[in-house]
Design a protein around this ligand. Structure first.
Ligand code: NAD
Length: 475
């Protein structure tokens, strides 16, 4: 059964009552899955009032109570992973195994936050006179507004919700209208787990209208967004104008540096698999490939061979390794990237076209011989397209890796400790993965630098954006 689509405000699931609705479709076959109600202004006001009211109690809840609820949701996520994963595949398109994996990995996120929220410590500062006491307290910042995207609908929402709730904040979250089932499942599970009304509120609507309304509200004290750089900048500017804290997880353009001493066959195979994960719609997807000229031909041959075998299809088909793009807007964007590349002399070695079947399918694509200033080498494709280029000099390739305004993730393949260290020390990105893909675990911080964002999610840093520091002194 596909999730019942509703708003979730002040502990109630709300639909109908003349609200405008939006069709939710399956990107693999364009079938209509359901109708999503948009929040009216009155709904948003109700969510704001509920979150403000609930904060007065929830801020004083014991970390044990928060921990218990987070654990229960983690447990339910594991128990219901197949069913929630199936719905995620239906509305987002990713292969079922990836969808189920997203849900079970989020159960670990719930557990991590359940443990870490019991360790939100303050400190005592030695005073200058013996009768004085000086304490630093860390308190929840207040009502949070969060906006999450369609590429990892469960993961992006659960990270923000767990961090806010675990810190003692309340939250209003607008999920992705294109793929809403995962966020609905989260609301349903927190409701069943006994989260008090108003602590978590879920709304839907026209993204810019909802974010504008919520961010301007004096009730909201913190804004968290995952999505594109331009939208992130708009929301951060608005938040800044109203002096509100932000966490921004924005786009990337991850460089991949393959050195001549790497295990080339392994790197080519692993990178191909990782590139088509979620059809390339991943902010940390390997995006610009720089391969040492000595191993370029060998790498390209291995990479093409691996990408050729990728089975594209409906995510519910167990043989499928790459599903459709998540919505129709992505398809013409992919074509634009390929056309720009070809117009600048790029060679399409594999794919480059849509797939002739119903749904938003685009073929795994490899393009070589591209200039550094082409669209593909400078703008985030957010799709299954890989540009492969050559390099000769280590300093030069590190300069190229740092040449864009993005700084989210990066990948280095080498067996030299010296090269690995040099790359890790000099690449400007929030995450550097050497010889494997190790980001986005609950216990490790996830976040970017430069235009890729502000703040981290996960790791021991996870609550930083949701807490304020208070100094208390007395004699
Ligand atoms: P988009 O920029 O219109 O939307 C991206 C996401 O942001 C969507 O979930 C959308 O609902 C939301 N959004 C857009 N405007 C908003 C606003 N004013 N207020 C609140 N939320 C808003 O583009 P799109 O076609 O859906 O996606 C394309 C681009 O988005 C990609 O190229 C990629 O860079 C970026 N993106 C990044 C991530 C990520 O994980 N960092 C996830 C999804 C999309």
């Amino acid at each position: 059964m596909y999730e019942t689509l509703a708003l979730y405000i002040d502990g109630e699931f709300l639909a109908g009552d003349g609200r405008k609705t939006q069709e939710v479709t399956n990107p693999a076959n364009l079938e209509v899955l359901g109708h999503l109600p948009h929040a009216t202004t009155a709904d948003l006001d109700r969510a704001l009032a509920a979150a403000a009211r609930a904060f007065e109690t929830w801020r004083h809840s014991s970390p044990m109570q928060r921990s218990e609820i987070l654990r229960r949701v983690g447990q339910m996520s594991r128990e219901q992973a197949q069913e929630i994963g199936r719905n995620l595949t239906l509305d987002q398109g990713k292969p079922l195994a990836e969808a189920v994996g997203e849900i079970t990995s989020c159960a670990d996120h719930c557990d991590w936050h359940a443990e870490e929220c019991r360790r939100i410590y303050g400190r005592v500062i030695p005073p200058r006179s013996p009768e004085v006491r000086q304490m630093v307290l860390r308190e929840p910042i207040g009502v949070c507004a969060a906006f999450t995207p369609w590429n990892f609908p469960y993961n992006q929402a659960i990270r923000k919700i767990c961090a806010a709730i675990g810190a003692g904040c309340t939250i209003i979250l607008k999920g992705p209208e294109d793929a809403p089932s995962a966020v609905m499942a989260i609301a349903r599970m927190f409701h069943e787990a006994g989260l008090p009304p108003g602590v978590l509120n879920i709304v839907w609507g026209v993204p810019h209208e909802v974010s504008d309304y919520l961010i301007r509200s004096p009730i909201v004290r913190k804004v968290s967004f995952t999505g594109s750089v331009p939208v992130g900048k708009q929301l951060a500017s608005l938040a800044g104008a109203h002096m509100k804290r932000v966490t921004m997880e924005l786009g990337g353009h991850s460089p991949v540096l393959v050195f001549d001493d790497a295990d080339i066959a392994r790197a080519a195979k692993q990178l191909a698999r990782f590139k088509v994960r979620n059809a390339g719609q991943v902010c940390v997807s390997p995006t610009r490939f720089y391969v040492h000229e000595k191993v370029y031909d060998e790498f390209l041959e291995g990479f093409v061979a691996a990408m050729k075998t990728v089975k594209v299809g409906d995510g519910l088909d167990p043989d499928t390794q790459m599903g459709p793009l998540a919505h129709e807007r992505r398809v013409p964007t992919m074509t634009k990237f390929v056309e720009n590349a070809v117009s600048l002399g790029g060679k399409v070695v594999l794919g480059g076209t849509t797939i002739d079947r119903l749904g938003h399918f685009f073929s795994p694509t490899i393009i070589t011989d591209l200039p550094d200033d082409s669209m593909l080498m400078t703008e985030e494709p957010f799709g299954p397209i890989a540009p492969i280029t050559r390099f000769t000099d280590t300093d030069d390739v590190i300069r190229k890796a740092n040449s864009l305004p993005f700084g989210l993730s990066s990948y280095v393949f080498t067996t030299s400790l010296q090269t690995a260290t040099k790359a890790a020390n000099n690449i400007e990105s929030g995450m550097v993965n050497i010889n494997h893909f190790g980001s986005a675990l609950p216990e490790t911080p996830f976040g970017g630098v430069k235009d890729s964002g502000i703040g981290s999610e996960g790791g021991t840093e996870t609550f930083d954006g949701y807490l304020v520091t208070k100094f208390v002194t007395h004699v």
